[in-house]
Design a protein around this ligand. Structure first.
Ligand SMILES: Nc1ncnc2c1ncn2[C@@H]1O[C@H](COP(=O)(O)OP(=O)(O)O)[C@@H](O)[C@H]1O
Ligand SMILES: [Mg+2]
Length: 375
């Protein structure tokens, strides 16, 4: 047994923020022990990134652009993964499978306003398999939708596997473009809580021509408009019962502008307000749906926003705030988690093991997720 070669998987995802391709090399060791060996975020070519952002904008509609981006992103991922393997000195033949999430360009989960739910991720897995010669698993969300679920979030069972060693009532908060929480337990539950970085990023791009507000410094220099925070929190998404999931087709600048009663508001005050909104929607979700929480572990790019962390941690009257730590504080590299999730889901698919958690997504049952594109 000891000489058997390790069961290695590559996972990759380009998240809602479209900030890069996250890649991870995961070993599934004996007793399903999970070891992330290497992880990186690989920059997307600027023109591909611009096209993907355009596709993710609900005001746009172009089948040609969709088809082109699907192929181009699939090719980019295939080559990027081969280069990653070269950098980490691991031959492709040692990889059991790739789990590729791709890029979400539209997410329309089930709901009263959505007679026919759908979710679309692109990054052609045929091309990834062709270029790498590695079996590729992709299309992880649609089976769950077919079973009546949201197809999102998929992270909670993986968060359970990664963070089960932590004592207490643990909630894992991933602040990506959108925020989602995993309430660890049996079963682990969770849902998308609302905006993560997406509104702050869009506002920073508009006013500072920078991709994001480094460490939340710009937000920290502004003053929160509490009445605007409340107006935002009155959006029915926040009070709606889980299962629920959302995306940037919902929380975007058009959504914000419809609520901004004072268009002349100072841009950094709005940034401070958006930062507080992200913190507040998560604090409220935890108070309401996971009131026992004693430990809050923050992962995703938002954990690097000091002002957001400060706002998540700030004590509130009348409630016991959980202890807030980043994933690094508990020994888990926060940059590799999402990509490692899809490596793990590739392993689950090949083993015919379920990848979804019905208590999270609302699906009728456990399902094996993903289509398999053989080497
Ligand atoms: N140093 C930083 N300071 C503030 N925010 C950051 C920093 N680094 C990353 N971020 C935020 O994290 C986002 C990327 O987070 P990520 O978890 O990759 O999201 P997604 O999964 O949606 O791609 C960036 O767009 C940015 O908003
Ligand atoms: Mg990302």
């Amino acid at each position: 047994m000891a000489n058997e070669s390790p069961d290695l998987y590559l996972g990759c995802i380009s998240g809602t923020s479209v900030d890069g391709l996250d890649v991870a090399l995961l070993e599934v060791a004996a007793h399903e022990r999970l070891l992330v060996h290497h992880a990186e975020t690989i920059t997307l070519p600027a023109d591909l990134q611009a096209n993907l952002l355009q596709l993710a904008d609900p005001a746009q509609d172009s089948l040609d652009l969709l088809g082109q981006c699907d192929s181009t992103l699939g090719e980019f991922i295939g080559h990027a993964l081969l280069e990653f393997l070269a950098r980490v000195e691991t031959p492709a033949k040692q990889i059991t499978a790739i789990g590729s999430h791709g890029q979400t360009v539209r997410h329309r989960p089930p709901g009263p306003q959505q007679p026919s739910s759908f979710t679309t991720q692109i990054g052609d897995p045929n091309r990834i398999a062709e270029i790498t010669g590695i079996t590729t698993v992709a299309d992880f969300r649609r089976r769950d939708l077919a079973a009546g679920g949201h197809g999102a979030p998929l992270a909670p069972p993986f968060h359970e596997a990664l963070f089960s060693h932590i004592e207490g009532h643990v909630v894992v908060l991933n602040v990506g473009g959108i925020s989602n929480i995993s309430v660890l337990g049996s079963p682990t539950t969770g849902f998308d809580t609302g905006p993560g970085n997406c509104l702050m990023d869009s506002w920073t791009q508009r006013h500072l021509q920078q991709p994001y507000d480094e460490n939340g410094i710009w937000a920290a220099a502004g003053e929160v408009d509490n009445s605007l925070v409340q107006t935002c929190l009155d959006d029915p998404y926040f009070a709606s019962e889980p299962p629920k999931s959302t995306g940037r087709e919902y929380f975007n600048l058009a959504w914000l502008e419809a609520l901004l009663k004072t268009p002349e508001a100072a841009p950094n005050d709005v940034q401070a307000t958006l930062c507080e909104l992200t913190a507040a929607c998560n604090r409220l979700a935890i108070q309401r749906w996971a009131p026992q929480t004693s430990q809050l572990i923050v992962c995703g790019g938002g954990r690097l926003n000091g002002e957001l962390l400060r706002r998540l941690t700030a004590p509130r009257e009348g409630c016991n705030a959980p202890q807030v730590q980043t994933s690094e504080d508990v020994g888990v590299d926060g940059d590799s988690i999402e990509a490692a999730l899809f490596a793990w889901l590739a392993h689950r698919a090949l083993q015919r093991l379920p990848g979804n958690e019905p208590a999270v997504t609302g699906a009728m049952g456990h399902r094996v997720l993903g289509g398999i594109y053989p080497a």
